[in-house]
Design a protein around this ligand. Structure first.
Ligand SMILES: Cc1ncc(COP(=O)(O)O)c(C=O)c1O
Length: 475
């Protein structure tokens, strides 16, 4: 009897795979883990690295312009009175911002230097929307003088704007940021005035009654990577409600509603089951939700609708190409003898999990900050004839937390092989750090398929440029 019986096989994977790994194996997914990406816009990955070094950020102008036009079309085909702004902080590279400008997108900035950058790139004051919880006094003054639209965030800022307006004389269009509840969680309550406790209504009335101000915009930004288009429907209803309340009360009908950004890209969070094209609602659904509310208004009451998008526009245009510099771990060579107690077997399993197959890359979370939330997909640049196996992708920083993917199924690769992460165009370059390693080069592949260096690799001199030694330490 005993000879016949075969107990259940416990593989080292059972019971230890987190949901992310399960997602990779989901039969509904396309098995993207084994997909190959050997070129970007016709440029072979190997050639790009040969010419510009590894790691390397690569942006596709073709994809970026396609996304810009797609979003514009999705909204303007549903609602005519539109204004589009580009969120500089999502990617502040000059070449990227210039493409936005070229396509007619206004600039949405959130700091002194972003404001300065927008002006340098040729944006006139009235083409700039100035947001953020802290704007310096000097930059507020400049923005007022140059006709940029300041979206006032809090009472202290309102007092500064009032004081500076008094000094400057004249009249100014301003906006107000409010935070709203839509049923979407988490609620972003850090920014703007609260509608819930009546602050927003108070602040808006104070602005409307001020002889030097015209309240031009009511603005809210409910969050980022918002997966439910209905959130935007509710936000639109709430802003329209505030607009009507103010109009009834003061006679001023605020001309513009700004619904912020937050539209998701085709990226998946850790634990989400793809494919992204199925899970992420199309931009048309968001446009439908917002325009549906606005189109129900009588013609004379229809406001200008502004959106200020970031992630949706640029994420898919960006790639990070990296190289495997070392391989660690892998399957145990000495399988535990069958006689071991189950406790010991469990311990062995845990140990082998910690020591599982890992590739060390020449890029880490210093360049892919969003890997903390997003399961960014790595693509080998050659087809490998092996079954995908659970792999860990480690960055090159001297920090245990520098893990880009804790579990991803990849075919067996070798030192020197390339892995391209995609999509990574949103927030990663801007949040990259000069920590342990300097920033790599960035190239843009134009619509003509030419490769342009848009930011060279950093050097030690770049890093030291802002430093100085006191006299007693120099020499
Ligand atoms: C005020 C404001 N507008 C626009 C954006 C862009 O957001 P997203 O990249 O999610 O479109 C942000 C980002 O947080 C923001 O805070």
């Amino acid at each position: 009897m005993n000879d016949m019986y075969q107990g259940p096989t416990i593989t080292s994977e059972l019971g230890r795979l987190p949901i992310e790994a399960a997602a990779d194996r989901n039969r509904l997914s396309r098995g993207t883990a084994s997909e190959v990406l050997d070129s970007i816009d016709d440029s072979p990955v190997a050639d790009l690295l040969r010419d510009h070094g590894s790691p390397l950020f690569v942006f596709s102008e073709t994809t970026l312009r396609r996304k810009l036009r797609h979003m514009r079309e999705a909204f303007t085909s549903r609602y005519k009175n539109m204004s589009f702004a580009w969120s500089f902080k999502t990617n502040r590279l000059d070449a990227i911002c210039k493409i936005m400008k070229d396509e007619g997108w206004a600039a949405e900035v959130v700091s002194d230097f972003e404001y300065e950058k927008a002006r340098k790139l040729g944006y006139a004051g009235p083409e700039i929307v100035y947001n953020g919880p802290y704007k310096s006094r000097a930059s507020i003054k400049t923005a007022l003088e140059e006709g940029a639209l300041i979206q006032i965030d809090n009472w202290d800022e309102l007092a500064v704007v009032e004081q500076l307006a008094g000094e400057l004389h004249g009249t100014f269009d301003v906006g107000i940021r409010v935070w709203v509840t839509t049923g979407y969680a988490p609620i972003w309550s850090k920014f703007g005035f609260s509608l819930v406790n009546g602050e927003a209504q108070h602040a808006a009335r104070r602005i409307i009654r001020h002889p030097q101000f015209r309240l031009h915009t009511i603005h809210c930004h409910v969050g980022t990577y918002v997966l439910d288009p209905e959130t935007f429907r509710v936000a639109t209803q709430v802003l329209l409600g505030l607009r009507k309340e103010l109009s009834d009360d003061t006679g001023h009908l605020v001309p513009c509603l700004n619904l912020g950004g937050g539209f998701p890209s085709n990226s998946l969070l850790h634990g989400m089951v793809g494919p992204a094209e199925v899970v992420i609602p199309p931009i048309e659904d968001y446009a439908d939700a917002i325009a549906g509310e606005l189109n129900a208004l009588p013609k004379r009451d229809k406001p200008l609708l502004r959106v200020e998008s970031g992630r949706y526009l640029v994420d898919e245009a960006g790639y990070l190409v990296s190289t495997i510099v070392a391989i660690k771990g892998g399957p145990r060579r000495d399988a535990p003898p069958e006689t071991l107690s189950s406790l010991v077997v469990k311990e062995q399993m845990l140990l082998s999990d910690t020591a599982r197959l890992s590739y060390v890359l020449d890029a880490g979370v210093n360049l892919l900050y969003t890997a903390n939330w997003f399961a960014i997909q790595p693509f080998p640049d050659r087809r490998v004839n092996s079954l995908p196996e659970p792999t860990r992708l480690l960055g090159c920083l001297c920090m245990e937390i520098d893990v880009i993917r804790d579990h991803v199924d990849l075919p067996r690769l070798q030192t020197g092989d390339h892995l391209t992460f995609h999509p990574v165009g949103a927030y990663n370059f801007d949040q990259s750090m000069q920590f342990i390693h300097l920033r790599p080069a960035v190239v843009l592949i134009g619509e003509d398929r030419k490769v342009h260096l848009i930011r060279r690799e950093e050097t030690l001199a770049d890093m030291e440029a802002a430093e100085s030694l006191p006299a007693h330490l120099s020499g």
